[in-house]
Design a protein around this ligand. Structure first.
Ligand code: UDP
Length: 240
């Protein structure tokens, strides 16, 4: 039986920064465990959860391109490999508490994870498994936010839930302006024209063209992941 929740199938985007928390290493195991527990609580209700992981806690292509002769494409491939490390860590944490989880990579690494096969990913979700999509879109010059929008559209998920370290989208940078206001909801056009740092423009445009709402919320507040997945008001809603 299907749950009577707002969403039946969601795409959760977890950035590398969110996985790092305030840990001095790249990944904070307390955070992967918190994510796993909250995801477990909603999959038990029958909600299907797919996850796209970032890699910025380990390697961000754009910041390394140019160093040591590294061209942008090679730098981006290293960045995509970083997302695979995060995905495997998160998978291990999820399975340690009994959530069946599959990792699918955008380029083949068959010894490590399944290759991305759309219909197979959907089948996993239908069987109640969590699917973690790794290696972004598989293409340099893109981001994992764009991968989140793309995979969301491909697997017919209803919403992108973007887990960040801030409460949502503000009308100004809250780190510089203490009077910055948290915005409740926004249109895609607001995001694009006011250059609000929600996601990169490619990702926003893809969501807009496919009518995919995006919820930006703070993952460091306990309970927020399950609240976002259950469709409760949390953070900022874009589109929708
Ligand atoms: N990346 C890429 N193509 C993609 C997704 C990611 O080339 O489709 C690379 C890019 O170098 C990026 C890095 O992987 O900097 C890590 O991803 P991202 O910065 O999106 O991670 P996040 O900011 O979510 O931690």
């Amino acid at each position: 039986s299907k749950p009577s929740c707002k969403w039946q199938r969601v795409l959760l985007k977890v950035s590398g920064e969110a996985l790092a928390g305030d840990h001095t290493q790249n990944i904070d195991p307390k955070i992967t465990m918190a994510i796993a527990r909250e995801v477990a609580s909603v999959t038990r209700l029958g909600i299907e959860v797919a996850i796209v992981v970032g890699g910025g806690n380990i390697f961000r292509g754009s910041s390394w391109a140019g160093s040591g002769g590294l061209d942008r494409s090679s730098a981006d491939y290293i960045g995509m490999l970083a997302t695979v490390m995060n995905a495997i860590f998160l998978q291990a944490t999820m399975e340690s508490i009994g959530i069946p989880t599959r990792v699918q990579t955008a380029f083949r690494m068959s010894e490590v994870a399944e290759p991305y096969i759309r219909r197979r990913a959907i089948r996993h979700l239908e069987k109640g498994r969590v699917v973690i999509f790794a290696a972004g879109t598989g293409n340099p010059f893109f981001t994992t936010d764009t991968a989140a929008a793309l995979r969301c559209a491909e697997i017919n998920a209803e919403v992108v839930l973007k887990a960040t370290n801030v409460d949502g989208v503000f009308d100004d940078d809250p780190r510089r302006n203490p009077n910055a206001r948290l915005l409740d909801s926004l249109t895609y056009q607001d995001v694009l024209s006011r250059d609000l740092s929600v996601m990169d423009m490619t990702a926003v445009t893809l969501c807009q063209e496919n009518n995919i709402p995006v919820v930006v919320f703070n993952v460091t507040k306990s309970g927020n992941i399950s609240r976002a997945i259950l469709g409760e008001r949390v953070g900022t809603l874009v589109g929708g």
